[in-house]
Design a protein around this ligand. Structure first.
Ligand code: OAD
Ligand code: ZN
Length: 358
């Protein structure tokens, strides 16, 4: 992975993050046994731990959420090495996007630009009434959360909450719009030596490795064993999909950091990248593993099952990499291998002590 990044062929990295990247900042994740937030909600007598983010439950009893929100309010915590690693990718100009499920805003505290970050599950940047949708004064909600009390809508008397996505709510239009652009399957050049033709369109609308003319050669070339070459960096720039989002091309490397990948639709992003795009999981545990029927590589074009998942331990794995360790260590190790360790250290050191914002 370090080699292909150092080679300069990787230009559009998507990072998919979860609560694990903020654990080193002192914010517990959700599902780790013992320390995770969901194991520590007994005092609220919730029907299930997830009820704390359930919109129907919130209407009945907003107290558990308010308590949890108080713990997660931005401004209280400092970014981790992993957050600065994301900033380093931005500085290097090879970060296409960060899709974070976190609501702590630490990506912004680390200096990531608004346009680079999709807060898939929203955040504290705005608030509204859950009944009439009336936007609410954010400072007022914030003060109420700190005081541990609910905020009542002036217009209809309904309950108000920050723009955090609850179970049962749709993700933001920006999430869907950006996903459509970032995960587009672009055309790529044929990987036959010296051929500049576009590759063949496969039945599932993804792209093959060779053009029509060279496709018949492919089986004999042993494409099934190509590891992660041909480089997905041979993707050519696609069209602009949404002017305001300044998106011109799709992903050529997916990094998944600190998430159990058990909440849809975010978990599905892992399987949305093109099947030639390398995927790296940096997490304490191996998650989202492939379990369905094997793909069929005996025919050409090969048949890739729609049910993907990581294939770390499969014989036919050619692009999935597992770094099973704390993500701060994984990021530091990767930087050391690429030769970016000092730059990472500088970021961590320079911005240490700078106050967080969201
Ligand atoms: P989870 O708590 O489900 O998963 C965190 C993952 O990070 C686990 O697999 C941990 O093993 C791993 N982990 C913990 N500490 C780590 C570290 N220092 N380095 C590397 N890995 C570490 O959290 P999410 O996947 O983010 O929804 O949860 C997804 C969503 O579920 C959240 O966004 C939240 C929750 O319901 C909302 O807030 C709406
Ligand atoms: Zn209202």
């Amino acid at each position: 992975m370090a080699d292909i990044i150092r080679s300069g062929n990787i230009k559009r990295i998507i990072c998919l993050c979860g609560a694990g990247i903020s654990v080193a900042a002192g914010i517990p994740d959700f599902r780790t046994k013992g320390t995770g937030l969901y194991d520590n909600l007994e005092k609220y007598n919730l029907p299930s731990p997830e009820s704390v983010f359930d919109i129907e439950y919130f209407r009945e009893n907003p107290k558990p959420f308010i308590c949890l929100a108080k713990e997660l309010l931005p401004g209280t915590y400092k970014p981790t090495t992993t957050h600065y690693f994301l900033k380093l990718l931005q500085d290097k100009g090879i970060l296409l996007r960060v899709y974070t499920q976190n609501i702590d805003g630490l990506e912004f505290s680390a200096g990531l630009r608004e346009d680079k970050v999709i807060q898939c599950h929203g955040g504290f940047q705005s608030s509204h009434c859950v009944d009439c949708n009336e936007p609410q004064d954010n400072d007022r909600i914030r003060a109420d959360i700190i005081a541990g009390q609910e905020t009542i809508c002036d217009v209809c008397g309904g309950l108000c909450k920050p723009a955090i996505t609850f179970f049962g709510e749709r993700l933001s239009p920006r999430f869907y719009r950006t996903r459509a652009a970032d995960f587009t399957r672009l055309s790529i050049k044929c990987c036959h030596k010296d051929c500049e033709e576009e590759t063949t369109l496969l039945p599932d609308n993804s792209r093959g490795v060779f053009c029509d003319k060279h496709t018949s050669d492919a089986a004999s070339l042993g494409v099934a064993n190509t590891s992660i070459s041909p480089s997905p960096a041979s993707l050519s720039p696609g069209e602009r999909i949404n002017e305001s989002d300044d998106i011109s091309c799709a992903c050529d490397l997916l990094l998944v950091l600190g998430t159990s990948l058990c909440v849809a639709p975010v978990s599905g992003l892992v399987d949305d990248v093109h099947w030639l795009v390398p995927r790296v999981l940096m997490n304490r545990e191996a998650v989202h593993l492939y379990s369905g029927d094997k793909d069929d590589w005996s025919q050409w074009p090969p048949k890739i099952g729609p049910d993907n998942g990581f294939r770390f331990n499969c014989d036919d794995n050619y692009r999935d990499v597992l770094c099973q360790m704390d993500c701060d260590d994984a990021c530091r190790n990767l930087c050391a291998l690429i030769g970016w360790e000092n730059e990472l250290d500088e970021l961590v050191k320079n911005e240490e002590g700078s106050p967080g914002h969201a």
